[in-house]
Ligand binder design. Structure first.
Ligand code: GUN
Length: 295
């Protein structure tokens, strides 16, 4: 069994980007600038956004955090999005999800300029991804593909079972794994809450991608010997004995499933850090595209 070490690979990617940023600076060019919009004080979102902004600083990007109160109106948020679209200094930005219930998420994501949509959530970018056109691929599925690529995990002709059909992970990763390319060419089954007998499907899978958010969902008797296991779950479980009052766990019963797996991503330290690295990669791409558009 080999661990797919997302922390190590994400650090490599960040170092590669830092080298490119240093070269941009040497040439006297503007460095990439990422902005993040956070509405409210959801604990997990605060952690993620904080981590994204810190990573920017480390690799030499400019970053701006726009933290708005929980009761921000939809109109005010749309105005903020409009301002970011029109700010030439911003190369890319994200609106952290989930948004408070009184705000229509779809309306906000539709308002983001597709050329600055480094999350790849805009329908234009999602559509381009599905059609294998150049675009911004959402950071989590992009990170999973990059992890498979860098570990040379061959998924061609293999059966991949994806658990969860979210717009951010399940659906895009099922499309990417079935596309032509390397990694790619997998035969994909996308399972969800209405799937009857998920276990009978995961038991046949050469690759399982679990993006459900239910701790310990994927157990050893649900996977076959030698399977590749990608755990996208990040759940906070309350635990007063810990300093933070919680610990982070994935969807996979790691202790037992890892004994059967050929490759497995740990939680934390697997897919999570890759997501941040690929967001930075998309921001670098956004900078380069803006530059060549203006040239
Ligand atoms: N919420 C959970 N994951 C993500 C992500 O990748 N981007 C944004 N904007 N919000 C999220």
């Amino acid at each position: 069994m080999e661990i797919l070490d997302g922390k190590k690979i994400s650090n490599q990617i960040k170092e590669e980007i830092a080298v490119e940023v240093a070269q941009m600076k040497e040439r006297g060019e503007k460095v990439p600038h990422l902005a993040a919009v956070l509405v409210g004080n959801d604990g997990a979102s605060l952690t993620y956004v904080g981590s994204k902004v810190r990573s920017c600083k480390k690799i030499g990007f400019e970053s701006t955090l726009i933290h708005l109160p929980e009761d921000t109106s939809e109109e005010a948020l749309l105005q903020q999005v409009h301002d970011l679209n029109n700010n030439p200094d911003i190369d890319g930005y994200i609106v952290q999800l989930p948004l408070p219930k009184h705000i229509d998420e779809e309306k906000v994501l539709m308002a983001v300029d597709a050329d600055k949509d480094v999350d790849g959530f805009h329908p234009t970018n999602f559509g381009k991804m599905a059609l294998e056109m150049e675009t911004f691929i959402s950071a989590t599925p992009f990170g999973i593909m990059e992890l498979l690529r860098r570990y040379n995990v061959d998924i061609s002709g293999k059966h991949a079972v994806v658990i969860g059909r979210s717009h951010i992970v399940g659906r895009p990763i099922s499309i990417l794994m079935s596309q032509k390319g390397k990694p790619g060419n997998a035969t994909v089954t996308l399972t969800h809450s209405r799937t009857t007998d998920i276990k009978s499907l995961t038991q046949q899978a050469d690759i399982v991608v679990s993006a459900l958010g239910v701790p310990n969902f994927l157990k050893a008797d649900m996977v076959k010997e030698g399977a590749v296991i990608i755990d996208v779950g990040i759940t906070r479980v309350s635990d007063e004995s810990r300093e933070k009052g919680y610990y982070i766990t994935g969807d996979v019963d790691y202790e037992n499933v890892s004994k059967k797996a050929s490759y497995i991503t740990p939680v934390p330290g697997g897919v999570g850090p890759m997501t941040i690295a690929m967001l930075l990669k998309n921001t670098l791409l956004a900078r380069e595209r803006h530059k060549s558009k203006r040239a």
